[in-house]
Design a protein around this ligand. Structure first.
Ligand code: NAD
Length: 486
């Protein structure tokens, strides 16, 4: 396999970013960083101690209480975000290579990570005008008015998973910064290095000391940050069980929390769907990032009249995607990000076979080093099978059969989740009508993408609150109403 010839600046590190500088961690415990394509340990980071967590929070609290950042105007902070966007873009290549080496995402995916982060920073910067707009509301009965102030909520804890370590942190960091908050970021234990390029970009852009802090570690570190008395808000992306636990802690402690959790989304194929067009977007909408994407539609609901045709198209399209070294530019499917995730996916495949699903391509682990599972299509999946109900988070799609449109919509809505979804149809109006009946946070018509300007979030077990847009920015604000006589 071709490994990066580029010297990656960060491999084995013993520091955390606190109070505006990289400082040695107090912890002696360490966490390995493993290349999922080879199984080789190529880096390691501190597993932060309680003292490290305390120091990171103290830094964020001091910068919030007495530093310049919350006192700048939104436009002044936006200027810094725009500079940060440029600084992230300058680091695109080592960021992408580090990301691919951490989690095995194909380089074709991670090579866009810096540009995506820069796009988020620029869009959020453009919301400064909304944030600072004068907001005065007359009392409906007259005689007085209220000045509504949008203030930063305080020091925030940002916790991300391993599948998109840059995007899922930057969609929290950018609005938190524009709002005037300070942050402590905790990336996932398997992807702790690539986010350092974002920290570096913040420093180079002139974000003041203490505003952005980075600690590394596992769930215990995340939990200590969530429960810290000075944490004013928690933003979390990750699994539903961990999200529930964080939500319970935040409920008990009365801290605002945003939870972006798991999904089990459906693509409803209508009878008039253009299957050639669907084939072109299928990998991205149903198996993006080797199936490790929260919103992908891994249940394809096909009309009985076209079931065999849909199974054939899905099978041929997935089978044609090259699997291999994620550093090869034409690789479509890499390994799973961790050994544990590979084992989870193989468990789902065993269960599906036992329950009667028919494998039309893939279906097994790949021999050799690394955590590879073949991209798999399962036909004859019925709604009660485990693989049709639970999030697999791997390269597995199921094709289910429906007789009537009402049945298809009921099937799509028969899940504890509600994150993404798709409708494939040649009729924009019919597709829109179906999308309106789907009980989910986002739906794509013949394609799926998230829009930095529009809210993204899940219903039911997929989460609480939204990210992106002014709605996402509002999660980092607290409101003050100042009433005066007129
Ligand atoms: P995970 O829940 O195991 O871990 C996510 C993060 O939470 C990690 O940083 C982890 O260290 C931390 N953590 C673990 N226990 C914690 C605790 N008790 N308190 C505080 N922090 C804790 O998730 P994962 O396996 O890394 O990621 C995969 C999951 O993320 C999938 O379920 C996927 O659907 C979900 N996800 C959701 C979205 C979304 O936007 N809805 C996006 C991407 C991924």
């Amino acid at each position: 396999m071709t490994r990066p010839s580029l010297d990656l600046p960060w491999t084995h590190v013993d520091d955390l970013y606190l109070d505006g500088a990289w400082r040695p961690a107090l912890a002696t415990a360490r966490l390995p960083v493993v290349d999922p394509a080879t199984g080789e340990e190529w880096g390691s980071v501190p597993d932060a101690s309680a003292e490290d967590v305390e120091a990171a929070m103290a830094s964020a609290v001091a910068a919030f209480r007495s530093g310049p950042w919350p006192r700048l105007s939104p436009s002044e902070r936006a200027e810094v975000l725009l500079r940060m966007a440029e600084e992230v873009e300058k680091r695109a290549e080592p960021l992408s290579w580090t990301n691919t080496r951490e989690n095995g995402s194909p380089i074709a995916e991670t090579s866009g990570a810096a540009a995506n982060a820069a796009g988020i920073l620029r869009h959020v910067a453009s919301l400064a005008a909304w944030l600072e707009a004068e907001d005065v509301r007359p009392f409906p009965a007259g005689g007085a008015e209220t000045v509504v102030r949008r203030e930063p909520v305080g020091p925030c804890v940002l916790i991300a998973p391993w599948n998109f370590p840059i995007n899922l942190m930057v969609i929290k960091l950018a609005p938190a910064l524009l709002a005037g908050c300070t942050v402590v970021m905790k990336p996932a234990e398997s992807t702790p290095l690539s986010i350092r390029f974002v920290v570096e970009a913040a420093e180079a852009a002139g974000v003041p000391a203490g505003v952005v802090n980075l600690v590394t570690g596992g769930g215990a570190v995340g939990e200590a940050l969530v429960r810290h008395p000075d944490t004013a808000k928690v933003a979390f992306t990750g699994s539903t069980p961990v999200g529930r636990r964080i939500g319970a802690a935040c409920g008990e402690l009365l801290k605002p929390v945003t939870l972006e959790l798991g999904g089990k989304s459906s693509a409803i194929v209508l009878e008039d769907a253009d299957l050639d067009a669907m084939a072109k977007v299928l990998v991205r909408s149903s198996m993006r990032n080797t199936g490790q994407t929260c919103y992908i539609s891994t249940r394809i609901l096909a009309p009985a009249s076209r079931y065999d045709e849909v199974v054939e198209m899905v099978t041929a399209t997935i089978a044609a995607g090259k699997q291999g070294d994620p550093f090869e530019p034409d690789t479509v499917f890499g390994p799973l990000a961790t050994r544990a995730q590979r084992d989870v996916v193989l468990g789902f495949l065993e269960g599906a076979a036992a329950e009667g699903a028919r494998v039309t391509t893939g279906g097994a682990a790949v021999d050799g080093p690394g955590f590879f599972v073949q991209p798999t299509v399962l036909a004859d999946v019925t709604p009660s099978m485990t693989v049709a109900r639970e999030e697999v988070f791997g390269p597995v799609v199921s094709v289910l059969r429906y007789e009537t449109l009402d049945e298809a919509i009921a099937l799509a809505n028969d899940t504890s989740f509600g994150l993404g979804g798709l409708v494939f149809s040649s009729s924009p109006q019919r597709a829109l009508e179906v999308a309106e009946r789907m009980d989910t946070g986002s739906v794509g018509l013949n394609f799926f993408a998230s829009n930095h300007a529009a809210p993204f979030g899940g219903r039911h077990d997929s989460g609480l609150g939204v990210e992106y847009g002014v709605e996402g920015l509002s999660a980092y604000l607290t409101f003050k109403s100042i009433h005066r006589r007129v």
